[in-house]
Design a protein around this ligand. Structure first.
Ligand SMILES: Nc1ncnc2c1ncn2[C@@H]1O[C@H](COP(=O)(O)OP(=O)(O)O)[C@@H](O)[C@H]1O
Ligand SMILES: [Mg+2]
Length: 481
């Protein structure tokens, strides 16, 4: 077009000859030069225009890449912030609120929201920046088990979902109007095969289609998921530590309590031993000592009478000696029974139980004692024989002292590899809670002594009783092979 314009101009200034050629005293060579010059001019102009166009394009591209660099820096800034948050925040809800705020405030994204879910898509927490109240409608929908388009997609796949046309793709989403024609990217928050939830952000539509942008967004989701994983681990560690401290405190308390109980028990044991010695001394002095003194006096009197008067001693008073000494001999047996019957060492536990029950029956004639023994002597070790005897002795004394029972059943059985001792009465029973609560110092010593002996010998001790229901004392041990 420029060429035609120049040619017409030449024709106007240089008229044609008869042959139709442009003449006007200029040679054809000159004419050619003019055209060449005009064409050079024209090509400069075109080149300039072309150059301007290229410059414009370059400026546009530079602008675009500056925008990208700015965006990239903003997102990297947010990632840095997210890393910092992990050390200072212990609560996932607080963390996601700060993460969303950073993603938007640092200028990386127009809006961002996170929903934390469990494996059944139950919402555990949420945060949003730049979306206003309409974000709550997404949560309401989720509560009704209705997942919006982006959540449904990314919860089922690990890739980033990029949406260029949010107007049509997000039509059913309560926050779609907030995107204002921009694009969106959604990714699931996943670390070590655990899905923590979903992150969605709005970006320019062109960004969302860009693969590098999608890769960057994937990094953001990975970093947030990693942070959530760390917070979770930190919480678990803290909980485990707390449990440990609690268990240690409880243990210390139990050890302290047990130590107190044992100290008290040992001091009471010493007292009990002292009391027993006192009682035995009194028994020996009052009963046996007096009987023996009386016997000695009667015998001495008889000898004196015989020696001085040479007469036969008073036979009647001598005869009285027989029942008196017999009673004394029984008293000696009772004392021995309470100490440690020799029958236990001589004849064993089964014979001792039989003998003890007969003695008991003799003293407490209102109480019927039934024995159910189903064990062989060889099944019970020597050490256990003494313990069984002591437990039985205390349980029977308690029945005589407290129960008002008229029937007592005593069981000693071996079932499979367990040796079971049980002493059951049909008496008044008692309130176990009342008896076991309260200060050990105020409680009787008998029950704790039975328990102590049984447990120290590796056994298990239990009392079952309630008012009006009688009492069962149970002790069991693992039989030796
Ligand atoms: N067989 C029983 N029947 C009813 N009450 C019992 C029986 N055995 C124990 N008790 C109750 O338990 C309490 C504690 O017994 P124990 O420790 O032997 O102490 P103590 O015999 O010195 O009172 C008794 O005071 C009594 O109230
Ligand atoms: Mg007692």
């Amino acid at each position: 077009m420029v060429f035609t314009r120049l040619f017409t101009q030449l024709l106007k200034t240089n008229p044609k000859n008869d042959n139709g050629c442009v003449t006007n005293n200029k040679t054809p060579y000159k004419f050619y030069e003019e055209i060449q010059r005009a064409m050079d001019k024209m090509s400069d102009h075109e080149k300039l225009k072309q150059h301007i166009k290229e410059l414009e394009k370059e400026a546009c591209e530079r602008n675009e890449s500056e925008k990208r660099i700015k965006h990239l820096n903003s997102v990297l800034n947010s990632i840095r912030n997210i890393h910092h948050l992990v050390s200072g925040v212990d609560n996932p809800k607080e963390f996601i609120e700060k993460a969303c705020k950073s993603l938007v405030d640092d200028g990386g994204y127009f809006g961002a929201w996170i929903i934390l879910t469990d494996e059944d898509n139950i919402v555990l927490g949420s945060a949003a920046t730049g979306l206003g109240e309409s974000f709550l409608s997404i949560l309401e929908k989720m509560e009704r088990d209705e997942l919006i388009y982006c959540c449904k997609n990314v919860l089922a796949q690990s890739e980033i979902l990029a949406i260029e046309d949010t107007l049509s793709a997000c039509a059913g989403c309560p926050v779609s109007h907030m995107y204002r024609g921009r694009g969106a990217m959604t990714g699931r928050l996943e670390h070590s095969q655990k899905i923590y939830g979903v992150l969605t952000a709005s970006v320019p539509a062109a960004f969302s289609a860009d693969l590098k942008e999608q890769a960057l967004f994937k990094d953001v989701t990975n970093d947030i998921a990693f942070a959530l994983h760390n917070i979770e681990k930190k919480k678990q560690r803290q909980e485990a530590e707390n449990e440990l401290v609690k268990a240690r405190d409880e243990l210390e308390l139990r050890v302290k309590k047990r130590t107190n109980e044992l100290e008290l028990l040992s001091s009471r044991l010493l007292n009990a031993q002292e009391e027993e010695r006192k009682r035995i001394a009194a028994d020996l002095h009052d009963e046996i000592g007096q009987s023996l003194s009386a016997a000695k006096f009667i015998i001495e009197t008889a000898f004196e009478q015989f020696d001085t008067q040479k007469t036969v001693p008073d036979i009647d008073s001598l005869r009285k000696l027989v029942p008196m000494l017999q009673k004394t001999s029984e008293e000696v047996r009772t004392i021995v029974m309470n100490l440690r019957p020799s029958i236990l060492d001589d004849l064993g536990i089964l014979a001792t139980i039989g003998w003890f029950c007969r003695q008991f029956q003799g003293v407490y004639s209102d109480i019927r004692v039934k024995e159910k023994i189903n064990i062989k002597e060889a099944d019970v070790s020597d050490a256990l024989k003494t313990i069984i005897f002591r437990v039985m002795q205390e349980a029977m004394n308690n029945i005589a002292k407290h129960s008002k029972a008229d029937i007592v059943c005593l069981y000693l059985e071996k079932r499979e590899s367990i040796i079971d001792l049980a002493i059951e009465d049909n008496g008044l029973g008692f309130d176990m809670a009342k008896s076991s609560s309260g200060n050990i110092a105020e409680k009787g010593f008998g029950i704790s002594g039975m328990k102590e002996r049984t447990e120290l010998s590796g056994g298990f001790f239990l009392i079952e009783s309630s008012p009006g229901e009688g009492t069962i004392v149970r002790a069991s041990w693992q039989a030796q092979k």
